[in-house]
Design a protein around this ligand. Sequence first.
Ligand code: SF4
Ligand code: SF3
Length: 544
Amino acid sequence: MENKMFCFQCQETAGCKGCTQIGVCGKKPEIAAMQDLLIYVTKGLSAVTTRLRAEGKKVAGEANHLVTLNLFMTITNANFDRAAIIKRIEQTLTTKTELMAELKNRENLPEAALWNDTVDGFDAKAAKVGVLATENEDIRSLRELITYGLKGLAAYQKHANVLSYENEAIDAFVQSALAKLLDDSLTGDDLTALTLETGKWGVDGMALLDKANTESYGNPELTKVDLGVRKNPGILISGHDLKDLEMLLEQTRGTGVDVYTHGEMLPAHYYPKFKRYDNFAGNYGNAWWKQKEEFESFNGPILMTTNCVVPPKASYQDRLFTTGATGVPGCQHIVAAADGTKDFRPVIELARKCAAPTELEQGQIVGGFAHEQVFAVADKVVEAVKSGAIKKFVVMAGCDGRMKSREYYTEFAKALPKDTVILTAGCAKYKYIKMNLGDIGGIPRVLDAGQCNDSYSLALIALKLKEVFGLDDVNELPIAYNIAWYEQKAVIVLLALLHLGVKNIHLGPTLPAFLSPNVAKVLVENFGIGGITTVEDDIKTMIG
Ligand code: SF4
Ligand code: SF3
């Protein structure tokens, strides 16, 4: 069958090879085409901004933010709205033309920097610039590995930027790397080096977001989050954007409408600042892939601030709102004003007319173990390790997904010996966070640091333990890494961990389809990256 599209950026890609007819995620070929073109023109713009910087000129913040949001919009499960993506392509071409006029030297710019729609129509061009346009499979693999890392990094940058935290050096790197992906003279070795460099900037990007979040909302602290429901109508907010949550909480104050978190928004409850809102009710449901059932029973409006959106059922489509990088045709999109503020009145007004949520479960989730909270009990943790009460930590951060094979993670968590502690972040935790795995001398056996970007916290915790135990190498610590991945944010987390020198990471439930055998070999030989097998065997290898 002829390919209508080609995408292999996420873990659920068809047949572990690539989606060629329609995305497993629901992405249609006509959307995939415009995403390919958006990436292409963003690379073109990046070639121009990178040359401007080389000529000593400053690139305006708007251009940096444009690149960041473009990358974010193409992340898995973020945007299914072809018209919105076309608009971004047009905007990118306009910005590029304006910036091009400022260049002194316009010679030898890559084709992507010179292209505009007077040359070719959008669909005709899109068909020529997708992933398969790079013929050599190793070069293609490295280019895509870097692109996906940059997408994840861009998402984290965007969250820091909306809180007014900027690091222009990160933007300059992202754009220079995108420009390099157009350069056919770069070898496999050059691109391998660029992959590792991307990991370095990944650490900086996550550090910036950590600073933005903690300075804006306080340090996450041990928190019990309710899973049940209240009697008022509610709004369910999902995704990763804490600024959107803050604005929504402000605007729902005193309206009689409660706000519930979903999926990756759960860790918002751990921040002191959000605890001040009486109408901040609790967490509803599970990880993203269960949203079709859970959004139906929520009864009220749902606000998607980032991925993961699943194309909705008709039964709740008119209650689904998107904002930021997300988009679904037929769903209302809340746009930010020039100063970044958003007016959530349409969401709140709809909520008032809706029934209260139907209860799914009762109980609580315990979390909030980001770096400061763990450092506060560091003595206890160190003592537990020294006495042998804690034998090993297992980092089980990352993403959840719909594949049945992911039940492995529930079984793995259950089968872990009682003297092990799980360190987690990201929506992967829904596979085990609601099971009562008990505690070790008051230290819970599942320590949730927060969202996927808070994997940075887990790295800081590891570095702190290394210091306390006076070790030279982070790999000498009793920590195993069994990471679940799904979309591209997990790629930047992985590259960041590699940059920090972490070895022997197990990645599952399957290794990325975009790793060619040779690229996979480099990762295995240099970093000991491996897949997963059975729970029993993996407990033996990882825990001993
Ligand atoms: Fe397929 Fe994943 Fe790409 Fe969607 S994002 S089209 S599921 S590879
Ligand atoms: Fe989950 Fe989409 Fe990756 Fe931030 S919400 S971790 S999958």
